[in-house]
Design a protein. Structure first.
Length: 298
């Protein structure tokens, strides 16, 4: 059993299992699997809970090769999904950069919505989201969160005397006194999904203790090489140092990013404001330097 217990003395593993059992849909869960430690944790918990689920991994086109190998070897039942545009073409990071006329940034994470959040519409989705991974989630705990503007829904909550708070974007956070289940479930009207977050209140040490000592399952080798996150190569959420380290390890991916920026400049010359007198290649490299936080006259 894990060492840390909640105030009522119940083990966090058992509590998370009960969360999964409580919200199990008849058709089974859609488990959003990334191959990282948190998604491994919820995968193993779902197996322990005996709930019906199917695990899905969304191919992003910037997936670390070691991660893909690890998933295929250790989790052969995981379904690999390729996100697609309405015309059937596969959505890739390279096409998104060209379409959005800029690479993704910490403030403009358009890639996540298109590459990772497309699956599971109309389903009950298991995620590995944790408060420890997000200060905003930790500071705004609630039992159920309704996202998406809906006056009718908020009026209904008010009519039944529910304890809720409206969000700046028109959503609502329904609060209950039981802190154990706060924000363990989220309902998103925009994506038509209900999210179950069974390890919402776990910290990093508990996740690792569960994987290594409780479930006794291997993890991706990238963690052992010092990577704290093993998501998309070049993700700006890791910071410029992390991005540069990843591009040193995967130089072909850096080249692919630069080529996407070249096509972006060629396709949208009037929208890309950059110093004149530069060739397309020079402009693309200037954008890459800017993206990595290096000085350039872009």
């Amino acid at each position: 059993m894990l060492g840390q217990l909640d105030l009522e003395g119940r083990d966090k593993v058992e509590r998370s299992i009960q969360r999964l059992k409580m919200f199990e849909p008849k058709e089974g869960y859609f488990l959003a699997f990334s191959g990282g430690k948190d998604s491994q944790c919820v995968y193993e918990l779902a197996k322990m809970a005996g709930v019906k689920f199917e695990a899905h991994y969304h191919l992003t086109s910037v997936d670390p090769p070691e991660l893909i190998y690890f998933i295929r070897k250790q989790y052969p039942d995981v379904i690999f999904d390729k996100p697609r545009f309405d015309d059937g073409r596969q959505i890739t990071m390279w096409r998104l950069i060209e379409k959005n006329t800029m690479p993704p940034t910490r403030m403009a994470r358009y890639c996540c919505e298109k590459l990772k959040e497309g699956g599971g519409q109309g389903r009950v989705v298991i995620t590995g989201v944790r408060w420890a991974e997000s200060k905003n989630r930790r500071d705004n705990q609630g039992h159920v969160t309704f996202t998406g503007r809906s006056k009718k829904r908020n009026q209904m909550l008010e009519d039944i005397g529910a304890n809720f708070q409206s969000t700046p974007k028109g959503g609502a956070v329904l609060n209950l006194d039981n802190a154990d289940t706060r924000r363990a479930v989220e309902s998103c009207y925009r994506t038509n999904k209900t999210l179950v977050n069974p390890i919402i209140d776990w910290d990093d040490s508990e996740v690792w203790e569960f994987l290594n000592d409780y479930a006794k399952v291997p993890h991706c080798c990238l963690y052992d090489e010092g990577f704290k996150r093993i998501g998309c190569i070049g993700c700006p959420m890791g910071g410029s140092k992390s991005m540069m380290r990843e591009f040193e390890r995967y130089p072909k991916y850096k080249d692919l990013y630069i080529k996407a920026m070249q096509r972006m400049v060629e396709t949208h010359p009037d929208q890309i404001k950059i110093a004149t007198g530069k060739t397309v290649n020079e402009k693309a490299n200037a954008i890459m330097n800017w993206w990595l936080g290096k000085r350039d006259n872009y």
